[in-house]
Write a protein that binds this ligand. Structure first.
Ligand code: TXA
Ligand code: MG
Length: 351
C-alpha cells in the first residue's frame, strides 16, 4: 500500500489539519502519530478488524494487548468498569501525560484489542498532535509503539518510516517524541496497585498521590524466568533489540571506560564493526569504534530521550558489537535501565 506522510508542527497546528488522518481512523485504517513518549501506531480500538491490522503491520503476537488512547479523562468511563478512586486521583495529577492505567474493561472493548484479557490499558497523551487526532477522529485510538515488533520504539518519524512505510495508511511526522521512553504502566484492575512498566512517571511520583505502590516482581528481577510471568504480556518478549550484540558495563566509571576501550580495540582488531554508547561526560575518553553520546549524566531526561535513537543509529551502521555504560537504578534511571537491560538481553559485565 502507499503510505501517505504528513508533516505537522506542534506550535503551528492549522484548523482542519487532522481531517484526513481522522477520516482514515474512522474508516478502519492505520495512522502512525507522535506522542510525548514514543510514536504510536493507531487504529480504532473498538473495531476488531482495525485493531487486527495493527498486529499484522507490526508483526506483533496477538496475545500482546494494546493501549487505548483517549482525549479526555471522562472517556475512561466509556471503556472501563469498577474504576477505583486511585484511577481518578492519578488521572487528575498525571493526565494528559505518560501514564497508562490498567482497568477492568467493559463490554464495548473487544478482546482483539486487549489480547483476550478482561482488562484494558488506557492513556490520555499530552502531545497535542496525538490529542488533536483522537478528538478529530471521534474514536478511541488503540496504539502500540509504531515500530516493527522487536525493534527499538520510534522517537522520530524517520524511525517509523523505516519500519512501516508501505504497511500503514498514513504517518504523521510531528518531530521528536520528547520523552523517548514508553509510558509508565500501573495496574489498578483489582488488588494492590502495581507498576507493570517503569517510565517517566516514577514510583515516588505515584506514591505521592496514592501511597505505597510496588513493582511487578518481574520488573525488578532482571532476566526473565519461567516461574515468574510479567503481568504486562508485552514485557515478556525480547524487545528494543539492536542488531548488534549489546553489552552493559557496570561499576566505577574509570574502570568501565578502560574495559570498554580494551574490548572495543580487541573487536576492531578482529575486523568487527564496533559501537560505543557514551555520555557527554565520557565521550572524549573512548578511543575505539564509533562513539555516540546519548545525553548528559547531569540530565537523566536527556539520556531517556536519546536511548532508542542511538540504538537505531548503530543498526544503520550494522555495528556487530555495542558497548554501553550503565546508569543509576533509581527514579528515571529505573526506566532507562529496564529498557537497556532488555536491549542487551541482560548481558551485564560487573567491574
Ligand atoms: O508510551 C506508550 O505507552 C506508547 C505510546 C504510543 O502511547 N505505547 C506503547 O504501547 O508503548 P506498546 O504496545 O508498545 O506497549 C504496551 C504495553 C505492552 O507491554 C502490553 O503488554 C501492556 O502495555 N498492556 C496493554 N494492555 C494491557 C493489559 N490489559 N494488561 C496488562 N498489560 C497490558
Ligand atoms: Mg512497544
Amino acid at each position: 500500500m502507499d503510505t501517505k506522510i504528513i508533516k505537522l508542527e506542534i506550535e503551528n497546528l492549522a484548523e482542519g489539519c487532522f481531517h484526513e488522518a481522522a477520516e482514515v481512523l474512522r474508516n478502519g485504517g492505520l495512522v502512525a502519530f507522535p506522542t510525548e513518549t514514543v510514536y504510536g501506531l493507531g487504529a480504532n480500538g473498538l473495531d476488531e478488524t482495525a485493531a487486527a491490522k495493527i498486529y499484522q503491520a507490526k508483526g506483533r503476537p496477538s496475545d500482546n494487548p494494546l493501549i487505548i488512547h483517549i482525549a479526555k479523562t471522562q472517556d475512561m468511563e466509556s471503556l472501563a468498569q469498577e474504576i477505583p478512586r486511585e484511577a481518578y486521583q492519578l488521572a487528575e495529577v498525571f493526565w494528559p501525560g505518560p501514564l497508562t492505567m490498567i482497568l477492568r474493561k467493559n463490554e464495548f472493548v473487544p478482546y482483539q484489542t486487549t489480547g483476550g484479557l478482561d482488562t484494558v490499558a488506557i492513556r490520555l497523551p499530552a502531545n497535542q498532535i496525538a490529542r488533536g487526532l483522537i478528538e478529530a477522529a471521534g474514536v478511541f485510538v488503540a496504539a502500540p509503539s509504531a515500530n516493527l515488533s522487536g525493534k527499538p520504539s520510534p522517537t522520530l518519524a524517520q524511525h517509523v518510516i523505516c519500519d512501516l512505510d508501505g504497511k500503514v495508511d498514513m504517518i504523521i511526522d510531528g518531530g521528536h517524541a520528547t520523552l523517548g521512553l514508553e509510558s509508565t504502566i500501573v495496574d489498578l484492575s483489582g488488588g494492590e496497585p502495581m507498576i507493570l512498566r517503569p517510565g517517566c512517571i516514577t514510583k515516588a511520583m505515584l506514591e505521592n498521590v496514592i501511597g505505597k505502590i510496588e513493582y511487578d516482581p518481574v520488573v525488578l528481577q532482571g532476566a526473565p524466568s519461567l516461574e515468574l510471568a510479567p503481568k504486562a504480556p508485552g514485557m515478556k518478549y525480547r524487545h528494543y533489540a539492536p542488531e548488534g550484540k549489546l553489552t552493559i558495563y557496570e561499576g566505577d566509571i574509570q574502570k568501565v571506560v578502560d574495559a570498554i576501550n580494551q574490548k572495543a580495540k580487541e573487536k576492531l582488531d578482529n575486523k568487527n564493526r564496533v559501537g560505543v554508547i557514551a555520555t557527554d561526560e565520557t565521550e572524549a575518553l573512548y578511543r575505539y569504534g564509533t562513539v555516540k553520546t546519548i545525553g548528559s549524566r547531569k540530565d537523566e531526561a536527556s539520556i531517556a530521550a536519546g536511548l532508542y535513537a542511538v540504538l537505531r543509529e548503530f543498526d544503520e551502521l550494522h555495528a556487530e558489537y555495542i558497548y554501553t555504560e550503565s546508569f543509576a537504578d533509581n527514579s528515571l534511571g529505573q526506566a532507562i535501565m529496564n529498557r537497556l537491560l532488555k536491549a542487551a538481553g541482560y548481558r551485564v559485565v560487573k567491574l
